[in-house]
Structures are given as structure tokens and as C-alpha cells.
Design a protein around this ligand. Sequence first.
Ligand code: G1P
Length: 290
Amino acid sequence: MKVKKAIIPAAGLGTRFLPITKAVPKPMLSVLDKPTIQYIAEELLSVGIEDIVIVVSPGSDVIRDHFAENLDLENRLLQDGKQSLYQIAKDTHRFNVQFAVQETPNGLAGAILCAEKYIGNEPFALLLGDELLYADANEKPCIKRLVEVFEATGKSVIATMEVFGDEVSKYGNIGIADEKDDVITIDRIVEKPSVSEALSNYAIIGRYVLSGEVMGMLKNLKPRNNEIYLTDVLDELAENKQLLASSFEGKRYDVGDKMGYIRANVEFALRSKEIGEETAEFIKQLAEKI
Ligand code: G1P
């Protein structure tokens, strides 16, 4: 079955980035000149998914504005002969975006359920808003690999990376039943285990392709501490050998973390046609001084 839809949960309060997140929603923080949420939507172009549900917190009008057409701006850029800027403005509304509001923060599973009316029982890609996945021209985008694995097997699939030491405790962790090429069959999931509880060195990162049954499974979950957990559904799929994991090419940035955010900005600046060389020169000079 083809994957045609995606959910981007982006309703976090972003308290780690106060004070900027007091008035600016976290998904609108920019890496170089583009909000992180747009980079994530653009990952989906590699698999032709244009129907996207963004789950936002109440009062996220700027995110809606960002993905809407702004005719005044576009006409102005055209009149001034600024063709490439016009294209940049147009590219922000090439997606078919629906917004779902998560009224109260009740976890990742709660965010996914907010998108239910747009997704129904169809499979969907899930891209967490705090992570950017970058692939260069020679690399296969992470979400593309996941869609390929899903479409070949019909099983839900998550992206994974190897982590070491106490890093395992920051992520969902997978137990390996079988491994073939870059595809792992999972038999168990534990969420953020201690080092001694970890099942393997493989962490779940924020890219998933989930089968049509997942939405129904989420609805039937019993809450724990007033939250429902995607991990519980993933664990159930894993027990029945219905959950796969795949590694990915390219680079992951945790932009929900200050250091990850700085890394993303520096590396995207280095890759930029406009300021890449100057940035490299600047970093070299700076490195001599520190
Ligand atoms: C979520 C998931 C976790 C996963 C992580 C990836 O956790 O629950 O399994 O490893 O995203 O970033 P969060 O970071 O939202 O606490």
C-alpha cells in the first residue's frame, strides 16, 4: 500500500528555548533562513507526499501563515524582478497542509490522535518536529528508505541509529530479533532505558512509517499517568514481529537541543552557496583564536 499522508507533531512548548519560544512557536525557529518545520515538510518531497497534517499548540497562527500564500509579497517580488525570491516565497505553500490543534500536551500518541480525522485508517509517515534529517545528493533520504521498506513489506518501520554509553537513555530502544542488510526485525521496545536495561545500541529516531492499524491501536490504549504512549503500540507490534527498523544515510540534527541547533546552523551555513565559503573562512579564523 502506498504512503500518501504524513503527520508532523509540532506542539511542544519549547521551554528549553525560552525566551524566544514565549511568542514564537518552536517549529518557526530558523536554521539559517528557513524555519525547521519547512525543512521537515521538504523531506517529504523525496517520496511525493504532499498531504501533511501539522499538529500545533493553540495560538500557532504564524505556522499557518508560513504555509499560506502571501499574494502581496509574491506580487511585490515579481514587480521588482526578484524571480528567485519569488520562487522561495511560492515554495512555502506547495504543500497541502492541514492543521490539528493539540489542546493539552498529552504526549506523542495524543498528538497523533489529533490528526486522526485526516488520516483515517491509512498508513502514514510520522516526522517529529525536533529533528532534521539531511541527505546530500548522493544519499537516500531517511524517509525515502522507510517508505521503501514499508511498501515492500507492509510492516511499520522506524528509523534507527547506533548510540553509545548513556546516550541510550535519551531514546526509545529496540530489541533485535533478526537483522538483514539494513533492515532489523524488532521484538521489543523500551522507552528511554537505563544503560543496564538497554536491549541494544540501537535508538529510535524521529522518523516512522506506520501502518493503517496503528491509529486504531492508539485509540484503544489505556492511559498511564494521564498520557498514552506510542511506545506501547510499537511494543505490541514488535511482539507480533510487525515492526521493522532501518538505518539511514545522511545526518540527523536534534534541533530541540541548543547544541544540536547550533550545529545545524553552522553546518547548513557551511553548505550554503551564498555564505558557505565566508562561513568556512570565519570558522578557521575563529578556531585559531580559541
Ligand atoms: C520520542 C520518542 C522516543 C524517540 C525520540 C526520538 O521521545 O518517544 O522513542 O527515541 O522521540 O527523538 P522524545 O524525545 O519526544 O521524548
